[in-house]
Design a protein around this ligand. Structure first.
Ligand code: SF4
Length: 717
């Protein structure tokens, strides 16, 4: 006897998740309650009876505090509120696939559709769906019932997650013609589809099928029904105890499949007993490697890939309910459409192979890993190291049960038999594709500088890219570290996924922006304008000021009304200032700027501020042979002739004053036009001021004083 097990047999993702949640809570609290049996398997329920206590009604829970778990079938929305009002803690074990169907039901009814649910009206999942539909849904079980539905404006169809795909397709086709606006949402879960599909294929390869699972389990009953459609003998058992081995041993090839609530150990027990039965001939294989899921080791006609495709098509046609023979010719097409929908939504389950990129649904979020349903028998494991650094750091914020994510299969199985997945690599793939596209479009990308490396900086643009120092800015960058943390706009100049090379240029963006700005500035500027500018560079003769992508020269002589020795006395690079445009030479691209023009000329007010005969304080700036120049205020200087320095003859001005002294002077005359002012120290002296020079100085003065007087006559300031 050859024994084959269908791929996908046993606990599905939803049941395993609910079981894990229940056992974890029971371990913490001793025991918890489940609203209805947690799974449709009496053996397992009684084995766990001291940990998970099933109740049919919340009134049966008298203990407080107490925890109740919602099983994978889900419940109507009011249940949780009711339980909480009774002081119970609720754990939601609703399968993510069922949750999606519940949300869909509520959404469609709210949108005004007459909602049809394909399913068993007494099944808890359908009762829950009806609750989400506000009790307004019509439950149907066959195309015949659908045919009797009245014509309506808007009709929508969903299904209990364990229904047969082909029945759903047939009903959809019928209801489609009953309304102007029709929506069908295939909510049949991928585990169910996979299990049904592999069971159907296996049933066509064997002489008899053993279907293991609770007699009250809807999906197990469906598997038995599908098996029977292959016109073979089918035995539905709950455990090995129900199996009549004397009958089974008569078959040459026996297939085994199991419902979503059937624990692994019950399946293993059946296989073990049968293996023992016919030790010599038996070949037992779990079937993971077999394309059709039948697990053949020896090649059979039906297991050739082409033959399997044909077999699948034949089966699709055979699924058609006999009473709807008229629809038979459409059945294969409908199945294909349903499978296409399924593939679009969840990825192709047969594609669980190394390197495959799939869509998956998050079923559990742990601190250091995610469990992801990718449509196979087991959930895939996605460790934090296979998430991006950001995702791993915020794993509980970024991921929630039911989220759909793209993953890559790194290994088909780890030591525990779970597929090993990566999201980081899919994200990277997507990022490479996106960046290649942006390069093609010559688009600008934004990224943050993360590190300084030899010859440039690294930027994060979804992937790590390199910006050479020479392409970082329009000018030379002395200290690259000042760029760390800055956001840059860049163009991609090299993007090669295979050599892992991504090179960007910020300069390309800056150059373009600068050219546009320059053009705009030249169009705007005019002589006599005042503009804001930034001091870019200082020289001995002035400063170059950027007035908007264009540099103008601010000559040192135009900086102030007074004498400026060096531009750095007034300005430094980076200063933001206002400048006056003195002249423009577009041909040679030269602009002359002024700064002092923006302040009043101090000579224009000098006559008014310093009238003749007024006594003022002034600062000695420098001395000459003929006297001394004094600053009355910045930009206004006057001369004290040597003859006006004292009541006696002065030989050298330095005998009376030195630079930096503040002295009292009398204003003798002011000529704003000529920018001249005559001052006198002598006229401001007190009456008792000496009329003779100090004795030691008197002898030196005569010759010098005469020469100075003559020179003053001819000197212009
Ligand atoms: S059979 Fe599908 S829908 Fe039902 S619990 Fe399992 S995974 Fe969820």
């Amino acid at each position: 006897m050859i024994i084959k097990t269908a791929g996908g047999s046993g606990f599905c993702m939803g049941v395993r998740r609910a079981m894990d949640l229940a056992l974890a809570a029971a371990q913490e609290r001793g025991h918890i309650y489940s609203f209805g049996p947690l799974i449709h398997n009496p053996q397992e329920i009684s084995r766990l009876a001291d940990k998970i206590v099933p109740v049919a009604d919340l009134d049966q829970i008298s203990e407080r505090p107490a925890v109740v778990i919602i099983r994978s079938h889900g419940v109507p929305p009011q249940f949780s509120e009711d339980a909480r009002q009774r002081g119970l803690t609720v754990i939601d074990g609703t399968c993510p696939f069922v949750k999606k169907a519940q949300e869909k039901a509520a959404e469609l009814v709210a949108a005004g559709y007459r909602l049809y649910i394909l399913g068993d009206a007494s099944h808890p999942e359908v009762i829950g769906l009806q609750g989400y539909a506000g009790g307004k849904a019509i439950i149907i079980t066959s195309p015949k019932e659908a045919a009797a539905a009245p014509q309506e404006e808007k009709i929508a169809l969903i299904a209990q997650t364990t229904q047969k795909v082909e029945t759903f397709s047939q009903i959809a086709e019928i209801l489609r013609h009953k309304a102007e606006d029709f929506i069908s949402c295939n909510t049949i879960c991928n585990h169910t589809r996979f299990n049904q599909e592999t069971t159907a294929q296996l049933a066509h390869c064997v002489d008899a099928m053993i279907v293991i699972g609770g007699y009250n389990s809807a999906n197990t009953k469906k598997l038995a029904q599908i098996s029977k459609e292959a016109n073979i003998d089918v035995y539905h058992v709950e455990s090995v105890a129900d199996l009549d081995l004397d009958i089974v041993r008569a078959y040459g090839k026996v297939g085994i499949t199991a419902g979503a609530s059937t624990p692994e150990h019950i399946i293993e027990e059946v296989v073990k007993r049968m293996t023992e039965l016919e030790k010599m001939e038996n070949v037992v294989d779990k079937g993971n490697e077999c394309t059709c899921g039948c697990g053949c080791e020896e090649k059979q006609e039906n297991c050739e890939p082409e033959a399997l495709d044909q077999a699948a098509e034949t089966q699709a046609a055979e699924y058609t309910a006999p009473e709807d023979a008229a629809n038979a010719e459409n059945a294969a097409e409908e199945d294909q459409a349903a499978m296409d929908d399924f593939t679009k939504e969840y990825g192709d389950m047969k594609e669980i192979r190394r390197g495959a990129r799939l869509k998956g649904v998050v079923v559990q979020v742990k601190d250091d890993e995610l469990l992801v349903d990718i449509g196979g028998k087991s959930e895939g494991v996605l460790s934090a190291s296979e998430l991006s650094a950001d995702d791993a750091k915020n794993i509980h914020d970024r991921f929630h049960v039911g989220d759909e994510i793209d993953v890559l299969v790194l290994r088909k199985e780890n030591q525990e038999g779970y597929p090993v997945l990566s999201k980081r690599r899919v994200d990277q793939d997507i990022a490479w594709d996106r960046l290649a596209q942006l390069k093609e479009e010559k688009a600008v990308v934004t990224g943050t500088v993360t590190d300084v490396v030899k010859g440039g900086v690294l930027v994060d643009v979804g992937l790590r890219g390199f910006v050479p120092a020479s392409l970082l800015s329009l000018g030379y960058v002395e200290d690259l570290s000042t760029y760390v943390g800055r956001q840059l706009e860049m163009k991609i100049i090299e993007c090669d996924k295979h050599s892992n090379k991504l090179v960007l240029s910020a300069k390309a963006v800056l150059r373009k922006a600068a050219a546009a700005q320059k053009e705009k500035t030249w169009a705007e500027i005019a002589e006599g304008q005042t503009r804001k500018g930034i001091v870019r560079r200082l020289t001995n003769f002035g400063a170059f000021v950027d007035i908007g992508g264009v540099d103008g020269l601010l000559h040192v002589s135009e900086m102030a009304w007074y004498r400026v020795n060096h531009p750095s006395d007034l300005l430094k690079e980076g200063d933001e200032i206002e400048v006056y445009i003195l002249s423009i030479d577009p041909e040679n691209e030269k602009i002359s700027l002024g700064l002092k023009q923006l302040c009043p000329n101090p000579w224009s007010l000098a006559a008014e501020k310093y009238p003749e005969d007024s006594i003022i304080d002034a600062k000695v700036m420098r001395t000459t042979n003929f006297g001394a120049f004094l600053e009355v205020e910045p930009g206004v200087e006057g001369l004290v002739h040597i003859s006006q320095m004292a009541n006696y003859r002065v030989g050298k001005a330095e005998d009376i004053v030195k630079p930096g002294d503040i002295v009292k002077v009398k204003v003798l005359s002011v000529d704003p036009e000529a920018k001249r002012m005559s001052l006198s120290i002598k006229a401001a002296l007190p009456e008792d001021a000496p009329t003779e020079p100090p004795v030691e100085a008197a002898a030196e003065t005569d010759a010098a004083a005469e020469a100075a007087a003559g020179e003053a006559e001819t000197t212009e300031e």
